[in-house]
Design a protein around this ligand. Sequence first.
Ligand code: ADP
Length: 817
Amino acid sequence: MKKSESDLNSEALFKRMEHTILWSVDQDGLLIKSFSPNADQILGLIPKKNILDYIHSVDHEEVNKCFGRVKEVHQVVMQHRFFRPSGQSVWFQTELSYRPESQEIIGVSQDISEVKTGFTSVAVDEEGDKLRGIFQFSTDLICIAGVDGTFKEINPAFEKTLGYTEQELLSRKFLELIHPDDLEITKKALKAMDEGHPIKDFENRYRKKDGTYIWLSWMGHPIPGTNLVYSIARDISEKKKAVKELEKLVKETSSELVKSREFLNLVIENVPHMMFVKDAKELRFVHFNKAGEDLLGYSKNDLLGKNDYDFFPKEQADFFTNKDKEVLTGKKLVQITEEEISTKHGKKYLRTKKVPLLNEEGEPIYLLGFSEDITDWKTAADLRLEMAREQTLSKEKERAQQKATFLASVSSVLASSLDFRDTLEKLAQTIVPFLGDWCSILFIKEEGTIERIAIHHWDLKKQHLIEKLSHYPGSRTILNSPTFQQTLKTGKSYFFNDVTDKELNRLALDEEHLKILRELGTHSAMAIPIIYGDKIYGAISLNLADKDRTYDQETLLISEEVGRKAGVAIENALLYRTAQKAIAARDEFLSIASHELKTPVTSIKLLLQMTRKSVNPATGAGPSAEKLAHVLDQANDQVNRLTTLIEDLLDVSRIEMGKIFYKFLPLDFSHLLKEVCSRYREHMKSFHCELTCSIEDGLTILGDRMRIEQVIINLLTNAAKYGEQKPVTVTLKKMSNSVVLEIKDQGMGIPQDKLSKVFDRFERAVQASNISGLGLGLYISREIVEAHLGNISVVSEVNRGSTFRVEIPIYLGNAST
Ligand code: ADP
């Protein structure tokens, strides 16, 4: 059934009435006279005397004002809050009307909480209502409080946080809920606000309904002109708890840290070596341990804050500081194996390690040093060193003694004979085992071939191997090594140790040879030249079979000395041999010279005796003038021959003494040669030699006429003497820049092995008794030609003749005879 309009109105009215309370109070607006029945449901059952007890304290002032005003205007509308039985406040709008007849004030209060909180279909657009929404739903505790210590208005968060009802909170002084310990500071804060100063981050403890306390952090602002403040608080109990726990943790940790620091200090203090820390900037000591104090003799107090220059001599301080800088710039550990330090107890030696201590950026901030006192060790080491040195010295002395004895025996062996073969044989026996287990001595013969003169092993049991080895060719028996051949060539010595079997294999000439070398044992080898000045006479090969011995520089030097001594011995032996030969040559020369000199003298003597016999002074008889002339000519020839011999001898002595003096002038060689040849043609005929000349004209040299003539005569005379009566050809021609003279005979010729010697002193290729001569002509001729910057040579064949060739530089200036 459809409701009528009046039904609907009365329904709305009832609905409205559900939230409406009627009440009356006395004219002062204090004592309650009556309440509508539904007031119980809305405001609770507990009867209160004063209407203000039901009203929010913040609204009291306004309500009181309205009570006063209603008596004048009879009707007033006001908004205020009633407390609900739950303790919550609810907004009501109350119409007050004054009944003068009964002297009472009637109030009709209607619940407007939905409108006030904004949770209504009715749009709320007033700013104040929005703020109220925040107020209602904030989890922070928001309130208006009096500086007298009471809450005037609180938001629901108070109830939720503290557990009290709004009413409970508004009806008592909040100071009662403050933790006794925080009471004083809270009062101070209130006072400050009363004086107009806002507070911030003020913390105090509130007792909750359950008796526990929570921490609140307050922000308060005084409302000017009132005794009220706006305050907001936040529960920071959790934060406080966390901070407390953190503090506890920090405390625990720092006590741990203190403990570990103490432990570390204990360790450092008890480390038996000096430990110190310097700051990286000024290198001043910032830490020093006990061992350091003991070592240096200074206390920590003396040391800390000071640097090296305050304690140590400048030189030492410089050294320490330089090392510190090396550590800090290099940012790495530096070790000082030994450093001297002057301490209060005297000079000490330290072994130190220094490390940089770096900050997070990797920059050094400190330097940590760790020093070990090695004074005792060093003293002991020095002592050991001294002992070792002494031992070495005595060993060296012994070795020097051995060396001297050895070299003396070598010298005596080398001086024992002038037969170098014999000497080298003995030498081989002397140098082993001092220089090697076995050795071999090679000699380079005059013609360049190599001959093994001696081979020897100190161990007689090995001698059969040596004998086997001696069947191999001399130059290759020892080590078929290119290096060894090098010694023979260059005179350089060398040694090498650890000869491998592979190398022996390479050096051996055949299987048998390898077997011998293996059996002999060739672990190390040395090659030493036998030298005299820059002459290489041969080499000594030394070999070590014993693996415990190796060659070294010292043995090489001794061996080289042996090589040099052997060189001197060979040189002496060869000189002796040469001297012997020279003596023999001189003897031969003397016999030839005396024969040569005697022959013309005998002839002259005979001629004189014969002539004397034919002269009779008593009768005046004598040889015919013709005969006398013949005798005198013959005597003259012999005197000339004698003069030539004597001239030659004098020339030799002049050459020896460097006293031949030349008069170099432009000389027409062609002219001179023609003249000598025409003069000698007759003389040649006496040897039955026909002389043919082919002389190019006008060839000039710069020469000494007399001496060049002497050369031509020598060669012509020889061609006649050794030409065996066969024709002799003389040719003179120009060849490039030289004048070339050739005198060619077809006589006996010169044997090949004598060819190089015919230009030497007293050398005669053929001891032909029928051909006179001192063996000086060619020697003198070579000296003269060489003095003219020329060259003399011979090409010859036995029984086919000889061609002597003289070459002298041509003279390009003006010619003269
Ligand atoms: P000698 O007085 O012996 O001739 P030389 O010095 O002139 O001295 O000659 C040296 C040696 O050279 C001679 O003894 C001779 O054996 C050899 N000789 C020199 N010229 C000739 C030649 N034309 N033919 C062969 N042998 C020669």
